[in-house]
Design a protein around this ligand. Structure first.
Ligand SMILES: [Fe+2]
Ligand SMILES: [Fe+2]
Length: 384
């Protein structure tokens, strides 16, 4: 390459370099001292000399979360063509056209882009008004939850160390943003009044956002995402709700994030075991129980026993929490029977001819693909 090199005043350039060196030393020393004294210091957890964020590259986390998220990235324009989203690129549209050319007439009409009006009419054909109301109540719990997932994941960006973990969390932030806006249009399409948060999900989600440090990982990625995953697993095979499969896939990656992160940056034994942290995790979790019970009439409308749903959620959440090192005041093997006894006592009081049963063994996830994904995350705690 040929460039016409310009003349430079060597002396002026040298002075500029020298001034920078002095200022650099002063700035860095000042920030290092203030940092050591706990009085501030460098704001960014960034190491420009290593060209990495503090914590190093951690490419493993990047590959498991950032790369995988982009591989599995879905666009609302394709997955829910009746929405207002225009998020597919030219190359994706061209690919879709090629794929459609190879489809049978039946396949083509199943994939046909339907308008929002047609989608709403299809919902009216498939569901009674009571069923629509029940679906909206259940989905709105997740809808409000996605708003908090967006907020909490964004707050975790400044909590995690390493370039790989930041890339991973950044993808979660983007996916939660997508979940919030897409789910909002799906819920609005039912044309049913959308309920506010109940006291229980208000307390649960505020608790997650207010939690300190990695307890936010516990509250959001372990507890709330397991509830979300269970609701998506329950509903994604229902007519008009097929897009929830893609949410289910994304949330499964989010539930795996704390465990993958702690493999690179393990929690200390004190962080895992200290009694105050254990108790605060239990306190954070408690609103989840009345929240699920609150949904009993809506789940019943869809033919689902609330205690089977709750048992399935609790078993999976306890498994994930213990695997990530988020210990509770009691081990799962003792905690689950306590909740099972409470559930059975409630049923004895409210249901005629109730017979004691183990709700912790239930599973309410439908769909072979969803069950397979859950087996990968929950191992033995997933449905057989
Ligand atoms: Fe989400
Ligand atoms: Fe999520």
């Amino acid at each position: 390459m040929h460039f016409e090199k310009l003349p430079v005043n060597e002396r002026a350039a040298q002075i500029n370099r020298d001034v920078e060196r002095v200022v650099n030393r002063a700035v860095r020393t000042y920030d290092a001292v203030m940092g050591k004294l706990g009085l501030g210091g460098r704001r960014a957890a960034y190491d420009d000399e290593a060209y990495e964020f503090v914590g190093g590259a951690k490419d493993n986390l990047r590959k498991k979360h950032y790369d995988k998220s982009l591989r599995l990235l879905w666009k609302a324009e394709h997955a829910a063509p009746w929405t207002t989203f225009k998020d597919a690129g030219e190359a994706e549209k061209a690919l879709m056209n090629v794929a459609e050319r190879g489809m049978s007439e039946a396949e083509k009409s199943a994939r046909a882009k339907i308008s929002s009006k047609e989608f709403k009419a299809a919902l009216d054909r498939e569901y009674t008004p009571a069923q629509k109301k029940a679906l909206v109540t259940i989905l709105s719990k997740i809808g409000h939850g996605e708003a908090y997932a967006w907020l909490v994941s964004a707050s975790m960006l400044n909590e995690v160390k390493s370039t790989g973990a930041r890339a991973a969390v950044t993808m979660q932030v983007m996916e939660e943003a997508k979940h919030f806006v897409v789910l909002r249009e799906l819920i609005q399409a039912f044309d049913v009044e959308i309920p506010r948060q109940a006291a229980w999900d208000y307390l649960l989600l505020e608790g997650c956002l207010r939690a300190k440090g990695f307890n936010r990982f516990f509250g959001m990625n372990v507890l709330v995402e397991t509830i979300a995953l269970s609701i998506f697993g329950l509903l994604s095979d229902k007519p008009g709700l097929e897009v929830l499969r893609l949410f289910h896939l994304d949330e499964s990656r989010h539930t795996a994030l704390p465990d993958n992160y702690f493999r690179e940056f393990p929690m200390t034994e004190w962080q895992k075991r200290n009694p105050a942290a254990r108790m605060s995790r239990l306190m954070m979790s408690l609103p989840a129980v009345p929240l699920v019970l609150y949904l009993e009439p809506e789940l019943a409308e869809l033919g689902v026993d609330v205690f089977e749903f709750a048992g399935s959620v609790l078993r999976k959440a306890v498994h994930l929490a213990e695997r990530s090192g988020f210990l509770m005041p009691l081990p799962g093997s003792e905690l689950l029977p306590v909740f099972n006894a409470i559930f059975n006592a409630y049923c004895s009081a409210t249901r005629p001819n109730h017979v004691f049963r183990n709700y912790m063994a239930a599973d309410t996830t439908h769909g072979a693909a969803e069950a397979a994904i859950e087996r990968e995350i929950f191992g033995s705690a997933a449905a057989a």
